[in-house]
Design a binder for this molecule. Structure first.
Ligand code: FAD
Length: 381
């Protein structure tokens, strides 16, 4: 790696770091992408079960509510760099897309094609991608440049840095949360990340034998255990697994499900319209001491099957938490504390529901950051 000062260093070669590199021409400066592992884009390759649900169809206005409280703060960058722009960009670099029930995928259904196309664009934008370059220290030197310490590889300098290091789930992909400690050291506030879009485990789970069966269009709600905690409600399909509840409605509500919270499921169907094996389990659960089925109790289970949350799987698709958005100028993704520090993608305290909203957020934040950096790089040459 060069001893000269890089114009921009991106920390993390995941979806957001590579989307930025694919959008920012470094021909007049020098840019390096520092990836801590030996492999780039591991989480992108896993996305959509390897098929990569890259975004969602429809109006971008409908995206805002998909990010919960973060939605209104993301609005500006989502509108500026929206789903149609992402689809158009992909087509421009040779990736045709297809929509399935609102979800947009590469027509090849291969996440690898998306990764390869982004890497090829990054190379033509003159980015140098360095693997096995784990950032383990960050400080500002007296000349205003960043000094970036790399594990077992010395240090490099850069004028601006972009943190694209992801969240905390699936740490074997390299997204191990290590950058959050360094960012805390720089004085940034971090909302402690925890898994989201994850299966929920409950006490006394009765449906292990239904593993693999899903029920469409049910209503789920989660109420925190502290007095005053609000109830969050969602509608969608649920899936029974050996160990707990999964499926879109459960994954989407999981970020609110902390240990001790109440999970309530309303199946919104009569008993006869549920799978036979489930009917039997519900009937058994509604039996009185004498063995007869209590009709009222059975109706109660159909209407409000209640559980206490034991926990949420560590294998969340995204993290809930990260760098607080109040720390950021949301039109440039620049930290308000330091104008040469940018943060994009899942490292931010912003996460969406399933359906392509998380990769769209990576795109919108990466492109907003590219706009800001383009302005600086153009002015300095
Ligand atoms: C199983 C699964 C399926 C998913 N499916 C979808 C889907 O279909 N659609 C969708 O929208 N979203 C999906 N997601 C979520 C989506 O993949 C992520 O939100 C997205 O990849 C995050 O991109 P990122 O670049 O912000 O972070 P990441 O992809 O996590 O990349 C961060 C990179 O930074 C590197 N890094 C971390 N720390 C350091 C350090 N200290 N030094 C150097 N490098 C570092 C990591 O090694 C990693 O390569 C899925 C996630 C999972 C786990």
């Amino acid at each position: 790696m060069s001893n000269a000062v890089y114009g921009v260093a991106i920390i993390g070669a995941g979806a957001s770091g590579l989307m930025l590199a694919a959008n920012l021409d470094m021909g007049y400066s020098s840019g390096v992408v520092l990836e801590g592992t030996s492999c780039i884009g591991k989480k992108l390759l896993m996305s959509g079960g390897g098929r990569c649900n890259i975004t969602h169809g429809g109006s971008i206005k409908d995206f805002v509510s998909a990010y919960g409280d973060a939605g209104p703060l993301l609005r500006k960058c989502l509108y500026k760099h929206n789903n149609l722009e992402l689809i158009g960009f992909l087509e421009g670099i040779g990736i045709e897309t297809t929509e399935e029930d609102g979800r947009v995928f590469p027509t090849s259904m291969k996440a690898k094609d998306v990764l390869d196309a982004l890497v090829s664009e990054a190379a033509s934008n003159m980015w140098q991608i360095e693997t096995d370059a784990k950032v383990c220290g960050l400080e500002k030197s007296t000349d205003g440049n960043w000094v970036i310490q790399l594990k077992d590889r010395g240090e490099i300098k850069a004028q601006s840095i972009v943190v694209a290091s992801g969240g905390i789930t699936y740490p074997e992909t390299g997204s191990d949360g290590s950058m959050f400690e360094l960012l805390k050291g720089l004085g940034l506030s971090i909302k402690e990340p925890r898994p989201a879009l994850a299966p929920i485990y409950v006490d006394y789970y009765p449906y292990a034998e239904l593993a693999g069966i899903s029920i469409p269009d049910v209503s789920v709600s989660v109420t925190g255990k502290e007095a005053g905690d609000k109830t969050v409600r969602m509608k969608g399909d649920i899936l029974f697994t050996h160990e707990g509840f999964s499926g879109p409605a459960i994954l989407n509500i999981s970020k609110y499900a902390r240990e001790g919270a109440a999970l309530s499921i309303s199946y919104d169907k009569s008993l006869e319209n549920l799978p036979k094996r489930m009917q039997r389990i519900l009937q058994d659960r509604a039996r009185g001491e004498s063995g007869d089925i209590k009709t009222k109790m059975l109706g109660g289970l159909l209407d409000k099957d209640e559980f206490t949350v034991k926990g949420v799987s560590e294998r969340g698709m995204v993290s809930y938490g990260g760098v607080k958005l109040e720390e950021m100028d949301m039109s440039s993704m620049r930290s308000v504390a330091d104008e040469s520090l940018y943060i994009i993608g899942e490292a931010l305290d912003a996460d969406g529901i399933t359906g392509g909203y998380n990769l769209q957020m990576c795109w919108s934040t990466a492109c907003s950051c590219a706009d800001a950096l383009r302005g600086i790089l153009t002015n300095s040459y």
